[in-house]
Design a binder for this molecule. Structure first.
Ligand code: CDP
Ligand code: CDP
Length: 231
């Protein structure tokens, strides 16, 4: 059976995980899986159904009917509707850390994520990939950047997308979300012991991608070269 590889990228909000993961997956020919998008899609579903993500019973009531999908272009679908842009908006960002903290919600998402990683080589980004979802990943990266750098990046990103928001609001949102994500009971954001710490505050996107690809090549060595040559 063909050997499948996995790269886990975790870290706080806007540290550049998904940008790096997309770039790395393109170079290596792996599938990129954005796990944050799954929790965001569930949060949007709750909002649209008039439910309160801060109430566990509301989340549990909606979980069985929830269906989402991600395609290889990184688009996210809630049922059949493309919600890729919608799930990045501020109302979802402000509530996602509540909706994703419940044990049953996490178990359901982790099951989907592991199933995807079984079928092919993946680059997966999130908060608990190296610690919970793929504890045996071939390479684990824990990506950080200063709050200032992260808020500025998100601010520019929102401006490009036409999402209205002040820099101060973004900084406050990020700090709040980091706090909730790191202090929750189930699968909190934390660095896996065997993850490599990567501070991207002063790195360009290209440097970030090159660093991760070269760490991966070094880590898996000869076994990867064989697979690469046979592709
Ligand atoms: O892109 P950004 O870092 O802003 O967020 P994201 O990766 O889309 O994740 C949104 C939220 O989902 C996070 O703040 C976490 O609360 C939650 N999340 C999680 O709990 N576990 C994951 N594996 C991924 C995301
Ligand atoms: O996935 P995560 O929330 O960790 O971050 P992201 O969505 O990949 O990156 C947040 C923003 O920072 C994006 O607009 C990236 O283009 C930008 N970025 C950057 O300016 N420099 C980097 N080294 C990495 C990302």
């Amino acid at each position: 059976m063909e050997r499948h590889y996995s790269i886990a990228i975790d870290g706080p909000a806007a540290s550049g995980k998904s940008t790096a993961a997309k770039g790395v997956s393109k170079i290596l020919g792996f599938l990129y899986i954005d796990t944050g998008a799954m929790y965001r899609a569930f949060t949007l579903y709750m909002i649209e159904q008039g439910k309160d993500p801060k109430k566990e019973e509301d989340a549990l009531a909606l979980l069985p009917a929830f269906r989402m999908n991600e395609d290889s272009r990184g688009h996210v679908y809630l049922f059949d509707r493309d919600v890729t842009e919608r799930v990045r908006e501020r109302d979802v960002s402000a509530l996602v850390s509540y909706a994703c903290a419940y044990k049953a919600v996490r178990e359901r998402m982790v099951e989907i994520q592991r199933e995807l990683a079984k079928r092919t080589s993946v680059v997966m980004d999130g908060r608990d990939i190296g610690t919970v979802v793929l504890p045996n990943a071939d390479l684990k990266i824990y990506q950080v950047a200063s709050v200032k750098a992260r808020a500025e990046r998100r601010y520019l990103e929102n401006q490009r997308k036409g999402i209205a928001c002040s820099l101060a609001e973004i900084e406050a949102d990020i700090e709040k979300r980091d706090y909730i994500d790191s202090h929750r009971e189930h699968s909190p954001l934390t660095k896996a012991k065997d993850a490599i710490l990567l501070d991207t505050s002063d790195m360009t996107i290209e440097e970030e991608i090159e660093t991760i690809v070269s760490l991966f090549r070094k880590k898996v060595g000869e076994s990867w070269k064989d697979t690469e040559q046979s592709r």
